[in-house]
Ligand binder design. Structure first.
Ligand code: GSH
Length: 214
């Protein structure tokens, strides 16, 4: 029986489909070729067992036998221990710094900006502040991504999954137009078969839930 179990919601509304963070874990598992299965937890009424695994009642989390890991970044670093396809030998410090850069330095700016787009907030001082904040971060990522194909040791890995996933949401709302190297990086990361499969599998998972509800 497969030991690695990724847990995501049983259903989510249409807008976040394709963007739910279980995709980061699916993508890593596919890149590494590790066997896994996906289980569901209720989106609407979140049981105590969910909070026992993920204290914010969010997804994803991963179990590996008795080990349970939440936070997509922590899950990817955990999986990186299992496969050099996710982190080359000796690259842990550099991979870890770029994991934190993606989830803290960059996503800290992009997440509120993305929410403004989801909520249709097109103007106002807060929106302008976050337009500027995102631009500051993209201006710094642009030269980094212009000079290297992947972030760590010339090899695609967990830091790229997270950085590309963070930037791909900005791209979804046309936020990379002035940053061609960031855009090209998202395009080459998301062209990978492992991303394509992870994305299709997430969409299929939620579509199956629609069918079950109908
Ligand atoms: N920092 C967490 C964020 C997890 C997160 O935001 N999960 C979203 C789905 S992408 C969620 O569960 N949202 C529902 C909620 O917050 O109630 C991680 O990276 O795992």
């Amino acid at each position: 029986m497969t030991q690695l179990v990724l847990v995501t919601y049983d259903w989510v509304p249409e807008p976040p489909r394709g963007l739910v963070r279980d995709l980061r874990v699916r993508w890593a598992l596919e890149e590494a070729g590790l066997p896994y299965r996906v289980e569901s937890t209720p989106f609407e009424d979140r049981p105590a067992e969910h909070i026992a695994h993920q204290p914010f009642a969010q997804v994803p989390w991963l179990t590996d036998g008795d080990v349970s890991v939440f936070e997509s970044g922590a899950v990817l670093l955990y999986l990186a221990e299992k496969s050099e396809a996710l982190m080359p030998k000796g690259a842990r410090p550099e991979a870890t710094e770029w994991v934190f850069a993606a989830l803290n330095s960059v996503e800290m700016a992009t997440q509120p900006w993305v929410l403004f787009h989801f909520w249709g907030v097109d103007s106002g001082p807060a929106r302008e502040q976050f337009d500027n904040f995102v631009k500051l971060r993209l201006d710094r990522m642009e030269p980094v991504l212009a000079e290297r194909e992947w972030l760590v040791a010339g090899q695609f890995g967990v830091a790229d999954i997270l950085m590309a996933d963070v930037l791909r949401v900005v791209d979804k709302f046309d936020g990379l137009k002035a940053h061609p190297a960031c855009k090209a990086y998202v395009d080459r990361a998301t062209a990978r078969p492992a991303f394509q499969k992870a994305h299709a599998d997430q969409l299929a998972h939620f579509a199956a839930a629609d069918a079950a509800r109908a």
